[in-house]
Design a protein. Structure first.
Length: 441
């Protein structure tokens, strides 16, 4: 097994940054526009559009929650690079097939399969942390997270243009090609000096009991709780956001909704990308401060999205270009969403690198695949709660109510972050003291 501190970490970080940029660009070219594609599949009732958009997102995360620990276990046994290849090429095939989905049921099935066989980000994080020195893992994870959001940014911008010019089905094909190319780059450029552990017959007969396996997971239980809550807060508005922008732009009868959605979400991706480089540098030195700043800031700007656009809704549309067309004017509410989305994403993006760095610090090198797999499971549980809750809230109370519930969830994170860090710090101190005593003996 390759230990932390392997000399390939800088190369792998650079390679995985590029490939994750392409992977997330591929996903973002098509996935955020699911509500609009559902109408093309024959879903006419707007309430059903909201419900099925939430269901499609929840199905993918449900499958990911179930499969992630298995993929993590296989990563520890057969190598982390193999899991990155599985995720990229699996995503390329499944996302491409969505472009030929003949009905709503087939599309939902493909979304479920997407969750089963993809998960590029968790596989890439496991590969990076497995060969990165412990003292540099916060920086590496912060930089890697910036690839996710910058890829989102590029994908959203291109997806809005491509779907308007060629249609949603063709955009799914292009997404699949981008994901496949990302997999080829991993195959050609990523390096992993993985040595599979040899297990003799006697050791195989003494497999650890469930109690011992739980003993490995229990120290991370507070972190897993934070993964659930933080993901629920961050993803609460995801499945409904295209409809939220469309509503403020004037409704579904006003053309150009997909492009305005791409621009607003693109601003959020820019904010998160900047956060990866700015806050990522502070994660190793000031983890709790970064996490608490992220939660408080995200709560503030998400709450403002519930108020500011409605306050500007009565103003006349602002002229952008001369003539008539989808780009000729915009609602002031949509314009206001751009800086608010930027600021919210900048703050919220500070949470993930902190939690991942803490998880890596308390995980032995030969168990990182399993532990990051379980982290994906708990993040997926949070995403399922987010999408299902958002669908229910939007259906019964309206989309705007989502932006009142989300800030409350972010504020609940503040005391939990401080409490969790104190527990982890005490455990790391005890482990360090025990290791020093063992060395002395």
């Amino acid at each position: 097994m390759v230990e932390d501190g392997d000399g390939t970490w800088r190369r792998n970080l650079a390679v995985m940054w590029v490939t994750q940029f392409l992977s997330l660009m591929g996903f973002s070219m098509s996935m955020p526009f699911t509500p609009f594609f559902l109408r093309e599949l024959g879903v006419a009732d707007e309430g059903h559009v909201k419900a099925y958009a939430a269901l499609a997102a929840a199905l993918a995360n449900l499958a990911l929650a179930v499969m992630a620990p298995l993929w993590g276990l296989l990563a520890d046994r057969f190598g982390r690079k193999a899991m990155v290849l599985r995720a990229n090429f699996g995503a390329a095939i499944i996302v491409g097939l969505m472009g030929v989905a003949p009905s709503l049921s087939v599309f939902l099935l493909l979304r479920f399969l997407q969750g089963m066989f993809t998960g590029t980000m968790s596989a890439s994080m496991t590969l990076v942390v497995s060969c990165t020195p412990v003292r540099r893992q916060g920086l590496a994870l912060g930089i890697l997270s910036s690839s996710v959001f910058s890829g989102d940014m590029a994908g959203l911008f291109l997806g809005g243009l491509l779907s308007s010019a060629f249609g949603f089905r063709q955009t799914f094909f292009l997404s699949g090609l981008t994901l496949g190319f990302s997999g080829l780059l991993v195959l050609w450029l990523a390096r992993e000096r993985f040595v599979r552990r040899r297990v003799d017959a006697a050791a195989a007969a003494r497999r650890p009991s469930w109690r011992l396996r739980l003993a490995v997971l229990l120290p991370a239980a507070p972190l897993f709780g934070l993964f659930i809550l933080s993901t629920t807060a961050r993803y609460l508005d995801n499945s409904q956001y295209p409809l939220f922008v469309e509503m403020h732009n004037g409704g579904k009868d006003v053309p150009g909704a997909a492009r305005w959605v791409s621009l607003v979400l693109c601003m959020g991706s820019i904010g998160a990308m900047v956060s990866g480089f700015v806050l990522g540098r502070l994660v190793d030195a000031y983890p709790t401060q970064v996490a608490r700043f992220g939660a408080a800031g995200a709560a503030l700007f998400m709450a403002l999205m519930a108020v500011v656009p409605f306050a500007l809704g009565g103003l006349p549309r602002v002229s952008l270009t001369s003539g008539v067309g989808m780009w000729s004017s915009a609602a002031w509410a949509v314009v206001a969403l751009m800086p608010l989305r930027f600021a919210m994403a900048f703050c919220a993006a500070g949470l993930e690198p902190v939690l991942n760095a803490w998880l890596s610090r308390i995980t032995p090198p030969d168990r990182k695949g399993v532990m990051f797999g379980w982290a994906v499971t708990f993040r997926s549980i949070g995403a399922i709660l987010a999408h299902s809750s958002a669908g229910v809230v939007a259906y019964f109370l309206g989309i705007n109510a989502i932006f009142l519930v989300g800030p409350v969830l972010f504020l609940v994170l503040l005391p939990l972050i401080q409490r969790t860090w104190k527990r982890l710090e005490a455990r790391l101190h005890d482990d360090g003291a025990a290791g020093a005593a063992e060395t002395a003996t």
